[in-house]
Design a protein around this ligand. Structure first.
Ligand SMILES: [Mg+2]
Length: 97
C-alpha cells in the first residue's frame, strides 16, 4: 500500500480532527525529547522515533489540506532567505586586512 492510501485509510477510520490532534501530540513528544537533549539527558533513539512520528503526521496534514506544493514553495523561499542572511553575515565578518 502506498503512503497516500495509508493516509486516506487513516482519515476514513479516525477522521481529520483526530489526525490533526495526532500531529500536535507527536510534535509535543518531539519537543520533550529535544528538551531532554538540551538538559544533557537526551536519547537519540527516542529523538529519531519522534522525528519519524512528526514527519509521518505532518505528511498527513499535507495530504489533508493538499499543501505539498505550497509548502515546497515556502521551503524554497525560506531556504533562499536563510542563504542570503548567511551570505550577508559572511560579508560582514571582520577581515584581518
Ligand atoms: Mg511519538
Amino acid at each position: 500500500m502506498d503512503k497516500h492510501s495509508i493516509y486516506k485509510k487513516c482519515l476514513d477510520r479516525w477522521g481529520i480532527d483526530s489526525q490533526l490532534l495526532m500531529a500536535v501530540e507527536e510534535m509535543t513528544e518531539l519537543q520533550t525529547e529535544l528538551l531532554h537533549c538540551i538538559r544533557g539527558r537526551g536519547d537519540l533513539k527516542k529523538v529519531s522515533e519522534e522525528i519519524a512520528d512528526v514527519m509521518i503526521t505532518l505528511e498527513q496534514v499535507l495530504y489533508i489540506y493538499a499543501l505539498k506544493s505550497s509548502v515546497n514553495k515556502n521551503i524554497e523561499i525560506k531556504m533562499n532567505r536563510l542563504e542570503s542572511i548567511l551570505i550577508g553575515e559572511k560579508d560582514k565578518e571582520p577581515t584581518n586586512d
